[in-house]
Design a protein around this ligand. Structure first.
Ligand SMILES: [Zn+2]
Length: 241
């Protein structure tokens, strides 16, 4: 059973990993469903991911409001997380990224992310990119700034692991913070390999059955990359309490 303190440390740890792997930069964020309150989640205050410590992590409800009265500034796009947790009971962690390697697939209408190798079977049901203009109208800043846009994004994600967001980035989910972190990293790696393969010719992607089987294999070993990344990108000991 994960405690709230352990969950906050997990968020700080995942933030460091995703920054170290160039999935997040000064922007983007990672969250986790609250271990004791499934109707709330934990996310850092508005801060660059590489600087997040457990003391920066706050409890937020599904309306995007901090539970504490004295809460500092929150991420503008916290509604991505809130509405996915509201709609997907199987999801316990969410990563939102603007990684440049993924953006071509979110910008070219005919491009589709497809699993190109056995590490990326989770991408098999990735929908076409979410277009915020369908919901916010033309001329928005593309950010998921409120519950309505968050709900539209969560509905678009459906039962998938990842959704791309036109002109913006992508959002990956998982049943644990290790799984969501893995998926966020390997979405970017898949996009880079897929684009490279297209230079050579038309790739042969994993079949749906292969993607499902390989995903099960990876999930059974999900602690291996997580443990490696924790060692590679540690939260400084004096900040981990
Ligand atoms: Zn964003």
């Amino acid at each position: 059973m994960t405690t709230e303190a352990e969950a906050k440390l997990e968020i700080a740890q995942a933030s460091r990993i995703l920054f170290g792997e160039a999935i997040l930069d000064a922007f983007g964020h990672v969250s986790r469903r609250h271990p004791d309150r499934p109707d709330r989640f934990l996310i850092s205050r508005s801060l660059a991911p590489g600087q997040v410590t457990p003391t920066d992590v706050l409890e937020v409800d599904f309306d995007g409001k901090a539970v504490s009265d004295a809460a500092p500034r929150l991420f503008l796009e916290r509604f991505i997380h809130a509405e996915i947790y509201r709609q997907r009971r199987d999801v316990d962690a969410v990563v939102h990224s603007h990684a440049m390697g993924v953006l071509p697939f979110a910008a070219v209408p005919t491009a589709r992310v497809q699993p190109i190798c056995h590490m990326c079977g989770f991408l098999r049901d990735t929908p076409s990119p979410f277009d915020v203009a369908d919901h916010a109208g033309p001329g928005s800043d593309l950010l998921i700034r409120n519950s309505e846009l968050g709900a539209a994004l969560a509905k678009h994600l459906g039962a998938a692991a990842v959704t791309l967001m036109r002109g913006h980035g992508y959002t990956a989910v998982g049943a644990s913070i290790a799984e969501a972190t893995y998926r966020a990293i390997y979405t970017a790696r898949n996009c880079e390999a897929q684009q490279s393969a297209h230079v050579l010719g038309m790739p042969v992607y994993l079949t749906a059955a292969e993607a499902e089987a390989t995903e099960a294999s990876v999930i059974s070993q999900i602690t291996r990359p997580w443990d490696l990344w924790c060692e590679q990108y540690p939260v400084p000991a004096d900040q981990a309490a």
